[in-house]
Design a protein around this ligand. Structure first.
Ligand SMILES: *Cc1c(COP(=O)(O)O)cnc(C)c1O
Length: 377
């Protein structure tokens, strides 16, 4: 056996696109902050847009029951969940694909519809995961400059399409900006793309769909008749309080869904997640409480941050982006000392911006107090 000198390590096995890949930086976990800074009191995490009410009680009950069958493989087709979603959305079950979070569906879409010979389009300040996935599969992409509100410029994105463009990624509402694109803009984009000889698949990432209440907010699961190459992605991670269960779903034409089903892993969603998510769909009371809490706190926290002199981006989601006079990393650090985790956006090339998720009223009060302290001269 030869000895393992430098050139026999793993490095030569990966392409340049993997070598230069920067991994996703998630919100700091509560336990990590406790270990790092020895913080004793309660730690407040407002960094990952999770539901401050916890999971839906109906979901928890279903999850407990499902644990007893944890020795069995899940139903690979996720019948119970997809059937429930089919009734809830009024969409044929064959048009629904469930995934290990919508994150997996994003990956599945790239794997199914694009290769390194193709091209994709993303927007400047949008969810960083699109770029990580595209890079990891060596798919070239164009980053289209943001609109004046920091959100997507859908018409500019449509005009950036080339003959080999296969995918266009739109987060609506967008993360990390909280901005949204209305129906008229979406339709303008789709009509430009529809003129192309081979229109790309438009991926509408609607992780915050339920929180959006703007009059003209479009439901992209209704656009397949107008533009068949459009997919809506939803998740149980945010408004249903089930981020750890890892369940998301796609709504597409039966044909697009069929291709995704061909490519997905046989048991891509787990039994506990499937059954808990199916139960959560029925928990209208929980959803109503979540949305009401967010509606009230979104307005209250946004106003309080503005009053402190922060520039607040109007949001349709369960978080808010704001520009701070301090460097984002400094503000972040000072809040960590006070046991509060927010999300600095230096990784998004926004070094004076932080993203803050809305919590319960007492949690938000604590955040506002801490920010007042940190920002006072
Ligand atoms: C949170 C989030 C997701 C998905 O999360 P999953 O937990 O994988 O379902 C997808 N897109 C955006 C824009 C998000 O913010």
């Amino acid at each position: 056996m030869t000895h393992w000198d430098e050139d026999k390590r793993a490095r030569p096995l990966v392409g340049q696109y993997i070598e230069t890949l920067k991994p996703y930086v998630p919100g700091k976990p509560i336990e990590e902050l406790r270990r790092e800074r020895g913080i004793q009191g309660e730690i407040l995490k407002l960094a990952s847009n999770e539901n401050p009410l916890g999971p839906s009680p109906l979901a928890l009950e279903a999850a407990r029951a499902a644990l007893l069958e944890g020795h069995l493989y899940p139903d690979g087709a996720a019948f119970v969940l997809r059937n429930r979603l089919s009734e809830y959305l009024g969409v044929d079950m064959a048009r629904i694909v469930s995934g290990n979070g919508s994150n997996e569906l994003l990956e599945l879409i790239v794997r199914t519809f694009a290769t390194s010979a193709d091209h994709a389009i993303v927007s400047e300040h949008s969810f960083i995961v699109y770029r990580i996935i595209l890079k990891s599969m060596n798919v070239p992409f164009t980053v289209v400059p943001a609109a004046a509100d920091m959100g997507h410029d859908l018409v500019a994105m449509a005009r950036a399409a080339r003959s080999n463009t296969r995918l266009v990624f739109v987060a609506n509402p967008n993360n990390p900006t909280g901005t949204y694109n209305g129906r008229a803009e979406l339709e303008a984009m789709l009509s430009i793309l529809a003129e192309r000889p081979d229109p790309p698949l438009v991926v509408m990432d609607e992780a915050y769909f339920e929180f959006a209440d703007a009059e003209d907010y479009p439901d992209s699961s209704r656009y397949q008749g107008l533009y068949p190459r459009i997919v809506a992605l939803r998740t149980f991670s945010k408004c249903y309080g089930m981020a750890s269960f890892r369940v998301g779903y796609a709504v597409a034409t039966e044909e697009v869904a069929g291709y995704l089903h061909r490519v997905r892993a046989p048991f891509n969603t787990n039994r506990i997640g499937q059954l808990a998510a199916a139960a959560a769909v029925d928990d209208e009371d929980f959803l109503r409480r979540t949305l009401e809490l967010n509606r009230v706190e979104r307005a209250r926290v946004s106003a309080a941050l503005s009053d402190m002199g922060l520039e607040v981006v109007p949001t349709q989601a369960n978080f808010v982006l704001c520009r701070t006079p301090l460097l984002a990393s400094d503000l972040y650090d000072k809040l960590l000392d006070r046991g509060i985790i927010v999300r600095p956006l230096d990784g998004y090339a926004l070094d004076h911006h932080v993203r803050i998720s809305f919590g319960t009223p007492p949690q938000n009060n604590r955040l506002i107090e801490a920010l007042r302290e940190v920002l006072s001269p």
